[in-house]
Design a protein around this ligand. Structure first.
Ligand code: TXA
Ligand code: MG
Length: 319
């Protein structure tokens, strides 16, 4: 197969990325969480393409990627909390929900006509250079068809869209492996709307603020949480202590099938490191989705730290 639209970093590739954005077309790019499918956040035409390529419900708003809080505040109002979170966690895997400024130029399709906007400053040198030179926010969801497993490698993006996307920038495997933590930063206390690599404990330790997490708010306030997500083609069976016949198995630490098991088994983290498990999660699910087994069974994952975000993804994928 010819993967000519997958390109690694060079000055020319950065130029190509920017001219593609200016032409109101889409680029796929690496971030520290997962790969994104990006477009000029001010262009209705380009943003429409994101929704149609992904087959994404129009009521599910996109994240605007920025280079720093100053760029974010061109489009939304700062709060004491947003300043603190930006200072502590940006660049990094935190997305903040803030109130939009009126007539800020951001396409209404990006925010699904809400008064709020999601802003995030990713930690990735390639993407940083693109946004800095483009000098406008890039709206981007994860670079997968809606409902599918998120991509953590350039080749995963190709598996989703093939040559439909002109440029897929290959920045290697995403370091974190799961999507950013989404935080409502409009009030005095952070409210987690989507769990991610920055955990409640990390936020509480670094900010001395109590983190609120209200699952009723989750579904109403963060529309993306309503939909089927992260799903492989095969059935995913979670919290399985044993591997079944005709299954593949995704183990954790010492929970692995015995020697008699003749299916394919992978270990998310042999030494029980949850960060490593998060980084491997989507890559391993995608891999096991391709063999001949009927389903994928997954070991129980401890529900603390980033394990909470892992279990959130697994539960949605298993629905
Ligand atoms: O790590 C990430 O966040 C990746 C990379 C590419 O940056 N992006 C990502 O985007 O995961 P996406 O579209 O797959 O998820 C964005 C989430 C959705 O659940 C969406 O509903 C929520 O953010 N969101 C976006 N704008 C919002 C808003 N104004 N209010 C509440 N939730 C919002
Ligand atoms: Mg997504």
């Amino acid at each position: 197969m010819n993967f000519s639209n997958i390109k690694t970093y060079s000055d020319e590739v950065i130029e190509e990325a920017i001219s593609t954005l200016i032409k109101e077309e889409l680029i796929a790019f690496p971030t520290e969480t997962v790969y994104g499918l990006g477009a000029d956040a001010t262009s209705d035409n380009a943003i429409s393409l994101i929704y149609s390529f992904k087959n994404r419900p129009k009521i599910n708003p996109l994240i605007c990627h920025v280079i720093n809080k100053e760029m974010a505040y061109r489009y939304c109002y700062e709060t004491k909390l947003s300043n603190l979170l930006a200072k502590t966690f940006w660049p990094g895997p935190v997305t903040m929900i803030l109130n939009q400024k009126k007539n800020n130029g951001i396409s209404k399709l990006v925010t699904a006509h809400l008064d709020s906007i999601a802003v995030r400053c990713p930690k990735n040198n390639i993407f940083e250079e693109i946004i800095r030179k483009f000098n406008k926010p890039v709206a981007a969801p994860s670079a997968n068809i809606s409902g599918n497993v998120s991509p953590t490698k350039a080749m995963h993006v190709y598996e989703e869209f093939g040559k439909k996307i002109e440029l897929i920038i290959d920045g290697g495997a995403s370091e974190k492996g799961i999507e950013s933590t989404v935080i409502d930063a409009r009030g005095d206390n952070p409210i987690i709307l989507r769990h991610g690599p920055i955990t409640s404990e990390m936020i509480e330790n670094k900010t001395n603020l109590k983190v609120l997490s209200n699952f009723k708010i989750d579904t109403v306030e963060s529309p993306g949480q309503l939909f089927k997500h992260y799903s492989p083609n095969k059935k995913l069976i979670i919290n399985s202590l044993k591997a079944g016949k005709h299954s593949s198995y995704l183990g954790f630490k010492n929970i692995m099938p015995d020697k008699q098991f003749n299916g394919e088994a992978l270990n998310l983290s042999e030494n029980g490191n949850l960060e490593e498990a998060a980084a491997n999660l989507f890559t391993m699910i995608r891999y096991l989705d391709k063999n001949k087994s009927k389903n994928i069974m997954v070991a129980p994952i401890p529900n603390d730290g980033i394990g909470i975000a892992i279990n959130d993804r697994l539960e949605r994928a298993a629905q």
